[in-house]
Each structure stands twice: as structure tokens, then as C-alpha cells.
Design a protein around this ligand. Structure first.
Ligand code: HPA
Ligand code: ZN
Length: 335
């Protein structure tokens, strides 16, 4: 219990949360009703049935199928604002001080939703959290690997004005990993490097279901300075050294890994190895509504598995601040 209070009070940063993955069953059904929508055929019809599904994913794709079906209830600017706000309130209660949130524009634009609704709704919620909670917030747009490269490149070009306005701070890449190698998206990352404002973060999901070579290739071919998940980096000491030497942070998501059978137990997470090799990492929630926990829940799950002392936690929290997209001044306030 005292450890829980300690972890709650620790200044925590979230670097890996998909806003669409914060859609809790009750909000999902509420929005479906508000928008007069019938859910896709075969979609669970009660909160309990949906919750049951959330607890029994076979793998990443099994989750993704439900995740894309679920986000179909999001239509209006208000929906996107309500979604993000509910997440921010919960996270604030758990001691979150800084968030870098992902969103998947292609998942909405594809359904005919106006891209401005999406980003305006998110921006409103994030600004409100800055004002009311004193949180710092960033937004990272992700491209979907299962869609054609051309579609992603076009999306990136369409969203360029929002990067220029300072509403988006990074580019990421998510969805199905196996079968969609990073090389397919070289053009998108090269475009981002050459055309988006300086300081735009480049990151990519890699080494979640894919092996450690996906991590290396994402760094070499896409020029990313961060890797999301990256858990399979631990299988190759050379990859671990490369990450440590280049100060590339991994955004680790323990409860997600367990639910998607990337690990069978949290204790299998190679966290001690990351500490030994000096590979920077942070602890994050990924899709908290689907995986059963927000930021503090993930910290607690790690604590239950590893029983770290306070000094180790302080090191983890400091590294997480250090790896954030923040100026030195804000970093000093946080730690
Ligand atoms: N991996 C890949 N794609 C995703 C994830 C993830 O963990 N969450 C949402 N989209
Ligand atoms: Zn993710």
C-alpha cells in the first residue's frame, strides 16, 4: 500500500497510449446510441460481453479487429473530445504529469469523418488538461501499416498544417507488424524528416510481435529516435547495445503484452536486462480500456512482478522524463 502511494506520487509520463484505445465499453455504447449507430454485425451487444472479449484476445490481430470496429462509434468533434477527456481525467487521478498520445487518423478518415473534427476534438481535451491539471501534452499521429504506403503519405501531407500549427508533435506507425516491414514506409518517414517542423519526433511500433531485426531496421531505415514496444530487442545483445549507444527509448507496455500474449507473465518482461544494458525505457498503457489498466496500473503490475526498490523506480521515472518531447525547463519541473 505504501508502495502504491509512492508510485502514484511519482511524476509519471505516458509515451504510449492510443486515444482510440481508451474507449471504455460504457462510453462506446453511449456514443453508439448518441450517434444512432448500429454496431458492426457480430459486435458484442452488452458491456459484459464486450468486457469478456477484452479479456480474451488471442494475439495482436485479434485485438486490432475489435479496436477498429470499436472506433466506428466516433463521429463528431464532441466524441473525440469526450474520449480523450475521459482518459485524461483517469490518468490525472493516477498521477500522470505528461502525456504523448497517439491517434490513428486513417481509421477515421476512411469512414468519412472530417479530419478536422478528429484533431480539433483531441486538441480541446488536451488543452483543457493543460489548463485544469497542469499536465503537459503532445500528440503523435500514427500511420497504419496494413494500408497502402500511398494512403499514409497522403494522410501525412494532409496533416502537415497541423504540425505547423503545433497541434501534432510526432509521427508514429502502428497496426499489424508481421507482414508489413518498416521498409515499406521509408518514403513517409523521409517526407516527415524533410517537410515537417524541426523537432518532430519520429517513432514506430516495432519488436512487439516482430523480431529484433524489425527494431534495427526501423532505426536504420526510418531514422526513428524512439521505438514503441521493442520488447524483442532483448533477444539480441547487439540490438540492446545499439539502443543504449544511440539513446533510443523503448516505450514498454506490460499489461498490453500480457493481454496480447507477447509474454505469458509480466515477470517475463526483460526490464532487468534493459536496466543492465542501459537501454532507456518507459512504462505505458497502450490501449488501457482494452488491456485492463492505466498508467499506475501498469507501474503496479511491474512492481508486483519485480519488487523494485524506490531508487530503481526513481531511475525509471527520471529516464521517462528525460526521454519525453519536452524542453529542459519542463523536464526540470517534472524531475
Ligand atoms: N500494436 C500495434 N498497433 C496498435 C497497437 C499496438 O499495440 N495499439 C493500437 N494499435
Ligand atoms: Zn501501441
Amino acid at each position: 500500500e505504501s508502495m502504491k502511494n509512492f508510485l502514484r506520487d511519482l511524476p509519471k509520463c505516458e509515451h504510449h497510449v492510443h486515444l482510440e484505445g481508451t474507449l471504455e465499453p460504457d462510453l462506446l455504447f453511449h456514443l453508439a446510441k448518441r450517434n444512432n449507430l448500429t454496431l458492426p454485425s457480430g459486435f458484442p451487444s452488452t458491456i459484459e460481453d464486450l468486457q469478456y472479449k477484452y479479456e480474451h484476445f488471442k494475439d495482436l490481430q485479434d485485438f486490432l479487429d475489435l479496436y477498429y470496429a470499436g472506433m466506428s462509434v466516433l463521429l463528431t468533434e464532441q466524441d473525440f473530445e469526450d474520449l480523450a477527456w475521459a482518459y485524461l481525467v483517469k490518468s490525472h487521478d493516477q498521477g500522470l504529469k505528461h502525456v504523448e498520445a497517439f491517434f490513428d487518423p486513417q481509421g477515421h478518415v476512411e469512414r468519412g469523418v472530417d479530419m478536422h473534427c478528429v484533431i480539433k476534438g483531441f486538441n480541446k481535451a488536451l488543452s483543457r488538461a493543460e489548463n485544469e491539471f497542469g499536465m503537459s501534452t503532445k500528440l503523435i499521429m500514427c500511420i497504419l501499416r496494413h494500408l497502402p504506403t500511398k494512403n499514409s503519405l497522403e494522410t501525412l501531407k494532409n496533416f502537415k498544417p497541423y504540425y505547423e500549427k503545433g497541434w501534432i508533435d510526432g509521427l508514429g506507425m502502428d497496426s499489424t507488424e508481421v507482414g508489413f516491414p518498416p521498409e515499406l514506409f521509408e518514403e513517409c518517414y523521409a517526407y516527415a524528416k524533410d517537410n515537417l517542423p524541426e523537432g518532430t519526433l519520429l517513432t514506430a511500433h516495432a519488436g512487439e510481435e516482430g523480431d529484433s531485426s524489425v527494431v534495427t531496421r526501423s532505426v536504420n531505415r526510418l531514422n526513428v529516435s524512439r521505438i514503441d514496444h521493442g520488447i524483442h530487442s532483448a533477444d539480441d545483445p547487439e540490438v540492446m547495445k545499439m539502443l543504449a549507444d544511440n539513446d533510443i527509448m523503448l516505450t514498454v507496455c506490460p499489461l498490453s503484452n500480457k493481454r496480447l500474449n507477447v509474454v505469458q507473465e509480466i515477470s517475463e518482461e526483460p526490464i532487468r536486462k534493459f536496466l543492465e544494458y542501459g537501454v532507456p525505457f518507459s512504462i505505458n498503457c497502450d490501449d488501457p480500456a482494452y488491456f485492463g489498466g492505466y498508467i499506475l496500473d501498469n507501474y503496479m503490475a511491474v512492481q508486483e512482478a519485480f519488487n523494485f526498490d524506490m531508487d530503481t523506480w526513481i531511475t525509471i521515472a527520471k529516464n521517462s522524463v528525460r526521454g519525453s518531447i519536452l524542453d529542459t525547463e519542463r523536464k526540470q519541473v517534472l524531475y
